[in-house]
Design a binder for this molecule. Structure first.
Ligand SMILES: Cc1cc2nc3c(=O)[nH]c(=O)nc-3n(C[C@H](O)[C@H](O)[C@H](O)COP(=O)(O)O)c2cc1C
Length: 615
């Protein structure tokens, strides 16, 4: 080996120290959309000749990947000053520089305010969103410049790869992964070490590693964050996997809707090849390893491993029956290890810190941490990483800061369209693979949508069924026809046209689609329906029997009425109504013709006297 990674690491740490005061500005997809590139430009212009606080003789502006608290973007973190600024706008840059960096006076109005106490919070780790997190796969996201190899090296990149190459014992690497208890983060939770063993059993000929970065779950963006924020960690994880199973080539399958992830991965691959961390004779050893990027067109089913392989091969992305499993017959007919981005991003740290360290986190059967995309009706939305086994209550009420606008918690949809609905009774349940399956949900890729009392559960089930029906590739009948018929029934119910027989048919169909479908898309598509039927059957019945939507969401079941006592007869509602359903005499109460009303709510929103109500 001709590369001493620890020397490289020391050099990289020194070069970071020489940067002086580091101003970390988020340049992940969310903050870029919020104008962070202009903010970075302005910081660079104004900060170039700043002579900052006495301890530092230089200011360096560092564009980083996503820090997770996207809702509060643009985030600006200055670690040396122990401060995190939120919702930073272009107009705030000058004040941060003049007041804080030059004069040492923090800009209080740009600090995060605790939703309960209203008090400003200075340090990142004191913000309730971060306080209960344990960041492993996301550890460096938001803290380093993802486009600079030396920044990744300074925080440990390629140390694990150097360690395994020095040890030169692929089976020992696999044993370490087995011992760690790592399970696949792509949804199924299959033991990673076991999968590596199956693939390694075919060592000797050509084989591949495929990294699944398709991330098709609506609302999920954990894999994107790793690819954008710490691409070298992923490349290192893939290379270690390749060394362990005897592969010399890998593909990262990334959907084309992730252009920033693709750009940063390409930069990282070129840097790693140049530094001999990838390519031929990696780190001066006999290990050769090439990584390619394959851009996917963005179909949910292409995340399924056999469909994904077909897509890389240039075929239409459709699943095929298993066996043969990819470990035996995968890409181009060769043995292939396929793992998710987050799974592979956990590998370098397991090798560096050891299996015992990793397995000390989490529960007995679900080790380590899990990232979740926390969205919906919580105060703090964003990307979080917590030890497996953290409860839903801790996620929703501590990290998420509780339900927005003082509303009541109703449910969470866990794991996207493959997952299920959890309720108040699950708030103290451990979030791990097995407990979730028992409750009729699943971690899936980690989407977590929090719903309040104003959410219609039947409409949620319809929404997810619409998604899976659209995304079904159509190859097998149960999924193609079953999801279509389930969707039709759900549409009838939300329109108030469903019958109790429909409910029985819906349940029967759900079970048939689950049992009979070829791939995981169909096998899991009924989960949102089955779990909502289990926990919220009353709401389905209210739609069918009472023709009422208890949450007041389903427009076909709404009635809009004018309160005669409050109506002043100003005629604004009649003038606003797009279908002429409202009439009356000026200065007398107006009336709505229910047969004409399309329940659009325009009158309701425009009445100056709040005389129009939805009942
Ligand atoms: C419809 C469908 C979509 C999937 N989408 C993804 C995906 O976007 N990303 C992913 O890693 N796995 C996805 N999977 C799971 C993969 O097929 C595969 O199990 C996973 O990539 C294996 O990696 P892991 O063992 O590291 O989890 C999907 C499965 C199905 C059935």
């Amino acid at each position: 080996m001709n590369i001493n990674i620890l020397d490289e690491q020391n050099k990289a740490k020194e070069s970071i120290k020489a940067q002086g005061l580091r101003v970390l500005v988020c340049a992940g997809t969310g903050c870029v959309a919020n104008g962070s590139l202009e903010i970075i430009k302005k910081f660079k212009e104004l900060g170039a000749d700043v002579s900052p606080l006495s301890d530092f003789d230089k200011v360096t502006i560092v564009p980083t990947g996503c820090h997770g608290f996207c809702e509060q973007g643009v985030l600006v973190i200055i670690p040396e000053l122990d401060v995190t600024y939120v919702k930073v706008k272009l107009a705030d840059v000058e004040e941060i520089i003049e007041s804080h960096i030059k004069d040492g006076k923090p800009v209080e109005r740009l600090l995060y305010k605790d939703p309960k106490s209203g008090e400003p919070v200075y340090k990142n780790e004191d913000i309730n969103f971060y306080a209960k997190q344990t960041r492993t796969s996301l550890a460096n996201c938001g803290n380093i410049n993802a486009e600079e190899l030396s920044e990744a090296i300074a925080v440990g990149a390629y140390e694990g790869l150097a360690k395994v190459l020095k040890q030169n014992d692929p089976n020992a690497v696999i044993d370490e992964i087995v011992k760690s208890g790592l399970r696949g983060r792509g949804g199924g939770g299959f033991p990673t070490g076991m999968k590596w063993k199956f693939t390694a059993a075919n060592r000797g000929g050509k084989s591949y590693v495929v990294c699944n970065g398709d991330e098709g779950d609506p609302g999920a963006f954990m894999d994107r964050s790793v690819m954008e924020g710490d691409p070298h960690k992923l490349l290192e994880g893939i290379a270690i996997a390749g060394f362990a199973v005897g592969a010399d080539e890998a593909y990262i399958y990334v959907r084309a809707e992730y252009p920033l992830a693709i750009k940063r991965l390409k930069i990282a691959i070129a840097q790693a090849e140049e530094a001999h961390y990838l390519g031929s004779k990696v780190m001066g050893t006999d290990f050769n390893f090439e990584i390619h990027i394959k851009e996917g067109a963005g179909a949910f089913v292409c995340g399924e491993e056999t469909a994904l392989i077909a897509s890389i091969e240039g075929e239409r992305g459709m699943p095929r029956p298993k066996p043969p499993f990819p470990a035996n017959k995968g890409l181009f007919g060769r043995p292939t290890l396929i793992n998710n981005v987050e799974t592979l991003a956990n590998v370098p740290v397991i090798i560096r810190k050891g299996a015992d360290w990793f397995s000390s986190l989490g529960t007995e059967k679900s080790k380590g941490t899990k990232t979740f995309a926390l969205t919906g009706e919580v105060n703090n939305t964003g990307l979080i990483e917590v030890p497996m086994g953290t409860t839903l209550r801790e996620i929703v009420f501590d990290i998420g800061g509780g339900i927005r606008n003082g509303k009541k918690f109703k449910a969470v949809q866990m794991g996207g369209p493959s997952g299920g609905c959890l309720t108040e009774e699950h708030l103290d349940m451990s979030m791990d693979y097995d407990s979730l399956i028992k409750a009729g949900a699943m971690i899936g890729s980690g989407g977590l949508v929090v719903m309040n009392e104003d959410t219609c559960i039947v409409e949620v089930a319809r929404f997810f069924m619409n998604f899976t029906q659209n995304e079904s590739c159509g190859k097998c009948v149960p999924c193609r026809e079953g999801t279509k018929n389930m969707l039709k029934i759900l549409e009838k119910i939300v329109k108030g046209q469903g019958t109790m027989e429909d409910l029985d048919t819906l349940e029967e169909l759900a079970k048939a689609v689950k049992d009979g479908s070829l791939c995981g898309l169909g096998k899991t598509a009924p989960n949102p329906v089955l779990s909502t039927l289990k926990y919220f059957r009353d709401e389905y019945i209210a739609h069918i029997k009472d023709k009422k939507c208890p949450a007041g969401v389903c427009s076909a079941l709404k009635t809009i009425a004018i309160d005669e006592d409050l109506c002043k007869g100003c005629s604004k509602c009649a003038r606003t109504c797009p279908v002429g359903a409202i009439s009356g005499q000026i200065k007398s109460p107006f009336k709505i013709d229910q047969s004409k009303c399309i329940k659009c709510g325009a009158c309701l929103n425009n009445c100056p006297f709040k005389a129009i109500k939805q009942v």
